[in-house]
Each structure stands twice: as C-alpha cells, then as structure tokens.
Design a protein around this ligand. Structure first.
Ligand code: SF4
Length: 235
C-alpha cells in the first residue's frame, strides 16, 4: 500500500485519474482507493441506495475499510435500522459523526425547527461542520453521488479534486444510472431503506424529505418549498 498525500498530487495527475477510471468498474476504483490511501480514505454514506451498493462492494474488498455517516439526530427510524442491518450483514463498522450542538442547544441558540426557516444554516451546523471535522484526518473520501441525480452533479468525475475540502474525492458510481443501482441491489440482495418502496427517491432528514412524483427530479423531495437542492457537502 502506498499512502499518497492528496495535496501533493498535481492537478494534471488528478485529471488523468478521472479519465483513467471513467469506464472502470466501481470495484476497481474502490480497490485502487483503498490501496492508494489506506486508512486515510473513507466512504461517506447517507444510507441511500447508492451508499448501500458501495457498502456491499467495499465489504467484499476489505470489511475493515473506513465508512462513516453524518448523524444529524434527525434521520428516519428506518435509516437507523438500516445502519444496524448493514453492519450485521457485512461485518463493517460505521463511524458516526454528529454536530457538536445537540438539537436542544441548536434550538436555544437559533430557535425551534431551524430547518423550517434557514435550512442552509441547519445543514451547515448538522452536516457540513461535522463533515469538515471528519475529513480533516483524511487524504480522500468516497461518495455515492451520480451525475444523473441532479444538474449540480452532472459534471462529477469518478476521481476529482475536492476544491471545497482540499482532498481527493472519489465517486465510483458517477456514471451509473438509477437503473444500474437497483439492478445491483436486486442482483446482490443488498438491504435498502424501505421508504423507497413508499415513493421516496432521495432520503435525508425526516423534516426535509418527502416522496416524489413519477416525473419529478430524483432529489425533488428534498427541502420542498425552498430553492435549496444540496446540503452543502457536494458543492
Ligand atoms: S436536511 Fe434539514 S434537518 Fe437535516 S440538517 Fe439539513 S436542514 Fe437540518
């Protein structure tokens, strides 16, 4: 294993890696990431279908590879249950990262139900800051984002530099379609959140997630009534 230093990888090398892995199988990309960065790379999952696919793939490569999730204290009960189910099925450990503020502390400082008035601030406190803390000790992170999920993700490379957080960002499923994801889930009997069977298409925190209609964007159920389409983790 060679542990690379993200800041020392020149931009042209990062670009070349993106091109090299554009048509690679996700498992090939994950093997490379683990071999290249060792314990200084971690998969971030929100337990969406894509994240469950990546947990399945990673567990089959190296069940000790690092996987973390951001617990906003506002996830669906089904999501917490899925986390336990995946850990039991694959023998992996999920590192849980939380906000430094409890919901009560947040309400005292910013008022009750901040997500109804200022979801950007709420996401910053409960997602972006914990992510920053988590990424501080890493050279690279693996995400489950796909190009077709939204226009803001359309230019995602399989390997790219994360300008926001200053490390290497690896997106093994960038070129996959929703159909590819479900095909993998069904073929490999991967556990998934039962809310998908109830019309949800992208699942985040309970107060900010609703089901979607057939012709809506895959992330249209998030933050309804706001212009917001991202939590700030990927832009
Ligand atoms: S998704 Fe909603 S509840 Fe969750 S952190 Fe963002 S604004 Fe807060």
């Amino acid at each position: 294993m060679r542990v690379a230093t993200a800041l020392n990888i020149p931009d042209d090398e990062v670009l070349a890696l993106g091109e090299k892995f554009e048509y690679a199988q996700p498992q090939t990309v994950l093997r490379w990431a683990i071999d290249e960065f060792g314990s200084e790379v971690a998969l971030a999952t929100g337990f969406g279908t894509e994240g469950c696919v990546l947990v399945d793939m990673i567990a089959k490569i190296d069940a000790t590879a690092r996987i973390f999730y951001l617990d906003t204290d506002l996830l669906f009960p089904q999501t917490y249950e899925l986390c336990n189910q995946l850990a039991a099925r694959y023998g992996v450990s999920f590192e849980r990262r939380t906000s430094q503020r409890s919901l009560e502390q947040q309400a005292l400082r910013h008022g009750e139900k901040l997500w109804e008035r200022d979801p950007d601030l709420c996401c910053r406190l409960r997602k972006v800051e914990p992510l920053k803390e988590m990424l501080t000790g890493l050279q690279a992170w693996v995400t489950a984002i796909r190009r077709e999920q939204s226009v803001t993700r359309a230019n995602t490379k399989v390997v790219e530099r994360d300008a926001k957080f200053g490390l290497i960002k690896i997106n093994p499923l960038a070129v996959w379609s929703k159909r590819d994801v479900w095909h993998y889930i069904l073929e490999h009997n991967v556990p998934y959140n039962p809310l998908y069977d109830l019309g949800y298409s992208s699942i985040g925190c309970t107060p900010c997630t609703t089901p979607v209609q057939i012709n809506e964007d895959q992330r249209a159920g998030r933050w309804r009534g706001f212009q917001k389409t991202e939590c700030g983790l990927h832009q």
